[in-house]
Design a protein around this ligand. Structure first.
Ligand SMILES: Nc1ncnc2c1ncn2[C@@H]1O[C@H](COP(=O)(O)OP(=O)(O)OP(=O)(O)O)[C@@H](O)[C@H]1O
Ligand SMILES: [Mg+2]
Length: 370
């Protein structure tokens, strides 16, 4: 049981969490089949994970089940179901022809507070069962209840993590919309007026029309610059509202909860930094954290932010596998290290990457302050 729980807490992607839960449930309770469904809002399942069914069998069965029959009852009533023969239950509505035969059934809702966020169920206990009764015992039910409670935590964490990512994206999107509106649409408006003026003048006064057209070209170039600036300087809204330290602290707390690695943050008290430097620091911290959590397999990731002269130093270190910075080919897909370097350079700062295979990684960024 505890190794099942450990395995669960190690996974982050919702689908991996679900797979681990289902496989652990089937193994622990010695069942032939196990499944877990997370309902969507349209009568179907957003996720449906099975264990004990081969890929070929799974394909043959056809589309994902809808929320009907026993599954629907479990989701709706949030009640445990322990049945001797699922096919004899009045709520049973049949299954596709390639569906494996199932008789004894144990199903449990997965709850987050009052909300049912999924259902976990097992079929066909492997050992012999009492005549007419259910092969799954009261003890099985208790075991599955514990598993379902932990599944709820893991699922909620994974959802929290995904939501925080979505939130960041939404924030940036609205910021971009504002900047585009303020800067670029005004430029485009003058551009339109100037072009109209040029059109009106072209027959009457060709040389003035020419001047207006030059103006059109200038305005177009300015609009392009504004657009680029709006995209590049996209500032996360949280930075303006809460400042660098609080923003980092919140983001790190979320990461710590979402990942099995311990992610900590210590701040030695720094002076306020110019906005551009704060933003660059936040971006570098985000990428360095992302890399540590994605590539290093670390148990601990430590982020520190300290004062150095009028400026500040950010350090992100992990105790993971490390890598050879020189060996990273910058062509193609790997943009993180390059962009961290660009961002540091862009605000007059400095980035150092210290890493060695087997020895973990430390990314250090220093900015000059204002
Ligand atoms: N903390 C780390 N621990 C171990 N390996 C790392 C770490 N940071 C980076 N690496 C290695 O360096 C490579 C390059 O990192 P980089 O951030 O440039 O690209 P990426 O993370 O692969 O892709 P991208 O950041 O563009 O999504 C990674 O693919 C990984 O192999
Ligand atoms: Mg990266």
């Amino acid at each position: 049981m505890s190794s099942a729980l450990l395995a669960m807490s190690r996974h982050l992607e919702v689908r991996d969490v679900l797979k681990t839960i289902v496989a652990s449930a089937r193994e622990l309770l010695d069942a032939e089949y196990a499944a877990l469904g997370v309902p969507d809002d349209h009568g179907g399942f957003a996720q449906f994970v099975v264990d004990g069914v081969s890929d070929a069998q799974w394909k043959a069965i056809g589309p994902l089940p809808r929320q009907h029959g026993i599954l629907a009852a479990m989701l709706r009533e949030a009640k445990t179901e322990r049945l001797g023969d699922v096919r004899k239950d009045p709520r049973f509505e049949g299954w596709p022809s390639a569906h494996p035969e199932m008789s004894d059934f144990l199903g449990l809702p997965i709850r987050d507070g009052d909300e049912v966020i999924g259902a976990l169920f097992l079929a066909n206990k492997k050992c012999p069962k009492p005549q007419g009764g259910c092969g799954f015992t009261m003890e099985d039910e208790e075991l599955l209840t514990i598993l379902a409670q932990h599944a709820a935590i893991a699922l909620t964490n994974a959802r929290l993590y995904e939501r925080s990512r979505e939130l960041t994206i939404a924030e940036e999107r609205s910021r971009l919309a504002h900047e585009l509106h303020d800067a670029v649409s005004q430029k485009l408006f003058s551009l339109r007026l100037t072009a109209q003026a040029a059109a009106a003048l072209v027959d009457r006064d060709p040389s003035r029309a020419k001047g207006e057209l030059q103006h059109v070209a200038e305005l177009a170039a300015e609009a392009a610059d504004e657009l680029r600036a709006a995209v590049v300087e996209l500032r996360p809204a949280a930075l303006d509202e809460d400042g660098l330290i609080a923003t980092l602290r919140t983001q790190i707390q979320v990461l710590d909860r979402a990942h099995s690695a311990h992610v900590t943050f210590d701040c030695g008290g720094i002076r306020a930094l110019p906005a551009a430097q704060e933003e660059a620091m936040l971006r570098v911290a985000q990428e360095a954290l992302h890399n540590a959590l994605r590539h290093s397999g670390a148990e601990h990731v430590r982020v520190t932010l300290d004062k150095r002269g009028p400026g500040a130093v950010l350090r992100v270190s992990d105790d993971g596998g490390g890598f050879e910075p020189q060996a990273v080919r910058h062509a193609g897909r790997h943009l993180g290290l390059v962009s961290m370097r660009d961002r540091s350079g862009g605000v007059g700062g400095r980035l150092t990457v210290e890493s060695e295979p087997g020895k973990g990684t430390t990314i250090e960024m220093e900015v000059p302050g204002g």
